[in-house]
Design a protein around this ligand. Structure first.
Ligand code: ZN
Length: 311
């Protein structure tokens, strides 16, 4: 069974780094990632450079990267203005990904908008993107829990999914923004979403997990059991949480690929090439990163037996 693997490290990961990663380095990392067999790469974000200075070079990154055939290049857009900026840039992304939080408090903290304001912008975002020939998907942040409000009622999630579908988005991502989801919840909620709103294609729904509390890969398995085929990760496990200093970031892309391939799924990702990217990330950001396979090696990377067993 095919599982589609997307990497968001350059956006979700780099945005939280204290030191600015030079544009040329971002371009190099993206180009290297694009040759590993990944389905999508989220390369930047059209947000206010004042709010996220780490991603102020969106136009330069998009202008500088190679476009490897078959790879979908994505930029995050928080609102109509961001969508307009993505549509106006010289080398446009293939896809933009909007974001609304299921929790009102998180929506205001993250993108400074009420639910009402966010919802009002949805049709215009779709129109602007489609007129520019760009696909547009929508992420529902804090789907599985909010760091301010706690549990998010399922009906709120269903309501947003319905609105996104009605507005004409090309895909929906359910995001566990601060790593509060557990596998049972993922399986149950995701199953209900897919049942009520059947996907028109196998990559329509994406699950986006953070490994903040160590449940990330278990949540991927639960999501596959619920019927989802597309998952976000971040190479070397880069990322964090602005509300929980010291928290780990997104689930680690190469750890996910290693697990999925061991389980017999077809990711089309060259794990050795992906590990090569992961192993250069600590030098890029100037600190250790949480990825585990980058340290332990692939499952079937065998070792010499101890000396006394050799004849
Ligand atoms: Zn995230």
């Amino acid at each position: 069974m095919r599982i589609y693997v997307n990497d968001v490290a350059v956006r979700d990961g780099f945005q939280i780094e204290k030191s600015f990663v030079p544009t040329a380095t971002k371009v190099e990392v993206i180009n290297q990632l694009a040759r590993t067999g990944l389905h999508k790469i989220e390369v930047t974000s059209f947000v206010s450079p004042k709010a996220v200075p780490a991603l102020a070079d969106a136009n330069e990154v998009l202008a500088g990267i190679d476009r490897v055939p078959g790879v979908v290049y994505v930029a995050l857009v928080p609102n109509v203005r961001g969508t307009q900026n993505a549509a106006a840039t010289q080398r446009k992304p293939d896809e933009v990904n909007g974001v609304v939080s299921a929790s009102e408090t998180h929506n205001r903290a993250n993108i400074n908008r009420t639910h009402e304001q966010s919802i009002a912008e949805l049709p215009t975002m779709v129109k602007v993107a489609h007129e520019a020939g760009i696909r547009i998907t929508m992420s529902l942040s804090t789907t599985f829990g909010c760091p301010f409000e706690g549990h998010v009622p399922e009906d709120v999630v269903f309501d947003f999914v319905e609105r996104f579908r009605e507005a004409g988005f090309d895909g929906i991502s359910l995001a566990d923004t601060t790593g509060m989801a557990n596998p049972r919840q993922v399986r149950e909620l995701t199953e209900k979403v897919l049942e009520r709103f059947p996907p028109p294609n196998e990559t329509y729904y994406t699950l986006h997990f953070h490994n903040t509390r160590g449940m990330g890969l278990a949540n991927v398995v639960a999501g596959i059991e619920a019927g989802v085929r597309s998952f976000d990760g971040s190479v070397s496990g880069l990322g964090g949480c602005p509300f929980a200093p010291g928290a780990t970031g997104n689930i680690c892309t190469e750890d996910m690929v290693n697990m999925l391939e061991d389980m017999g799924y077809d990711t089309r990702v060259d794990l050795a090439k992906l590990l090569a990217v992961a192993r250069r990330i600590p030098a890029v950001v100037g600190h250790e990163t949480p990825g585990q396979v980058m340290k332990a090696g692939q499952t079937l990377e065998l070792h010499d037996p101890p000396e006394f067993l050799r004849t």
